[in-house]
Ligand binder design. Structure first.
Ligand code: ATP
Ligand code: ZN
Ligand code: MG
Length: 496
């Protein structure tokens, strides 16, 4: 890495010739130790240092020289260093891959890229910017964005691991459309939300009971209940969701005050016009601190364990959550009940040693297999895919090849989409082991061994969509195993 720039230290007092000559000596000694050469200027109450370095970043150099100067000037002359800034800062970065195009990077004033070298340029950066390691993170971001250029547009890594026996579907209709016709489901008042009538609710609950009885109880998972509202600062900024998918999150705004007087004008205007005065409303709610609705259930659970040392007797820790709904702004991708903005999901979370989790995943996979082959009798497969958490964090790693850490998607054929060979199958659930990402983010530790964690997300709407797409809406044609869980469809409402 090659860096150059001008560091300007602002002092609390003017410095005289004597101090300047001593400063020259101090800086020279310091440079000797650091293996650097600098051009120094002294101007009233400023020290200006021009430096070009191959050994270290100018930010590191500035930070440690800042300390040194503070010590020296404070001890001998009662002069303080108010602050420093770096001007005309140029950093050359070695890239892991050749850039395909120049990435957009905030805060910098210019970027040049040639082959596997990038040069970024700042006109001026503050001490806070330096202290917060923003330059180092900018360098990381440049590399990350260049690497990402190679993946954009390419489909994610997808390697089929298991395929179930073939099944003959009883029909090839889209169950969402058929359920709407029969009044089993009603589209909600806002995008991608559904109201489930007793018939569809019973199917959703039957799926839930299958998971409870066939997997969670026998494997000793215990139920927890989360809060619905997630903190951006305490949770999503730590898990990588905020940097990874801010465009998919649903945000929540609190009122700025619960004092009725503050809301009086809003209320009166609403009463008179019967229309929501949005301009007023905008000023009555706050977006800082950032909060939103559950995207996945596991992050807030990890947060709740922050800083804890989990006793060996509790490991592997096995929980599930089914009370909070997941919200995702799916926008254009929305369709049917299988891609919605609010869905019901059982999230199964496990924390333990590597050995424990590999074993547990095996058991989970076995149980799932039994459900899909013997109870639901659907045509499905599993695929090893690029772990979602790596994409979420914007960091793409290539080392999940050993199939220990990563995600396995469960996919099923939707006959209404076309042939099993040519149509796109639907991911209806997954199993992941995410390694130490989340336990480290929240400083969760074991007594002796290092812990890792993982989760499995059972999307109930997707289970229903898959089952009905292959088995139809007529209970007479449903497999025996499923009928045990739902012998009869409840009667719905009748309308004139
Ligand atoms: P997709 O690639 O289909 O968007 P995802 O990778 O975003 O799925 P995950 O974040 O891994 O999904 O969530 C796990 C499970 O949650 C999925 O397997 C699926 O069952 C369910 N799920 C995710 N998004 C939706 C949605 N929009 N509607 C219904 N279920 C969903
Ligand atoms: Zn999870
Ligand atoms: Mg998604």
């Amino acid at each position: 890495m090659l860096c150059e720039g001008e560091i300007i230290f602002n002092l609390t007092k003017k410095i005289n010739k004597k101090i300047i000559s001593e400063l020259k000596r101090v800086i020279q000694e310091y440079n000797k130790k650091k293996g650097e050469k600098t051009k120094n200027n002294f101007d009233n109450s400023k020290i200006i240092i021009k430096i070009k370095s191959e050994n270290q970043t100018i930010t590191d150099y500035a930070l440690s020289l800042n300390k040194k100067l503070k010590e020296f000037l404070g001890r001998n002359y009662k002069i303080g260093v108010k602050s420093f800034k770096i001007k005309n800062y140029k950093v050359s970065i070695n890239l892991d891959k050749k850039a395909l195009k120049i990435p957009k990077i905030p805060f910098i004033n210019k970027i040049e890229i040639k082959e596997k070298k990038a040069v970024i340029f700042y006109k001026e950066i503050s001490e806070d910017f330096v202290k917060n390691n923003n330059v180092e993170r900018t360098i990381k971001l440049v590399n990350e964005k260049v690497k990402k250029q190679y993946y954009e547009g390419k489909s994610e890594h997808h390697e089929i691991i298991y395929s179930s026996p073939k099944r003959n579907p009883v029909w090839n209709k889209n169950p969402t459309e058929e359920m709407i016709k029969q009044n089993w489901i009603i589209q909600g008042p806002t995008k991608g939300k559904w109201i489930y009538r007793p018939q569809a609710t019973a199917i959703l609950r039957a799926m839930e009971n299958i998971v409870l009885n066939e997997i969670l109880k026998p494997l000793g998972f215990v139920e927890i209940i989360n809060s619905n509202i997630i903190s951006g600062e305490k949770i999503w900024n730590k898990t990588g969701h905020l940097a990874g998918m801010p465009m998919e999150l649903y945000y929540v705004a609190e009122p700025i005050s619960r004092d009725p007087k503050i809301w009086e004008e809003f209320i009166d205007e609403l009463k008179i016009t019967k229309k929501i005065p949005y301009e007023k409303f905008k000023k009555l709610v706050k977006i800082n601190p950032l909060q939103g609705l559950t995207y996945a259930q596991c992050p807030i659970f990890y947060w709740s364990l922050r800083g804890k040392v989990i006793k060996d007797s509790t490991l592997p820790l096995k929980v599930f959550e089914r009370k909070t709904n997941s919200f995702r702004y799916e926008s254009g991708g929305r369709h049917g009940i299988e891609r919605v903005d609010e869905f019901h999901r059982i999230e199964i979370v496990y924390i333990g040693t590597k050995k424990q989790l590999i074993e547990l995943r095996e058991k989970l996979m076995e149980k799932y297999k039994k459900i899909f082959n013997e109870i639901l009798e659907i045509e499905w497969r599993t695929a090893w895919v690029m772990p979602f958490y790596l994409q979420q964090a914007g960091e793409i790693k290539e080392d999940f090849k050993d199939k220990i850490y990563g995600t396995m998607d469960y996919e099923a054929w939707l006959p209404y989409r076309g042939s099993r060979e040519k149509s796109e199958w639907l991911e209806f659930q997954n199993i992941s082991i995410v390694g130490n990402k989340y336990v480290d983010a929240f400083n969760i530790k074991g007594q002796k061994e290092k812990l890792i964690s993982g989760c499995s997300g059972v999307g109930l709407e997707r289970w229903v969509a898959v089952f009905l797409a292959q088995k139809g809406l007529d209970p007479k044609k449903w497999p025996k195993g499923f009928k045990k869980y739902l012998p009869k469809i409840p009667k719905g409402f009748e309308f004139l």
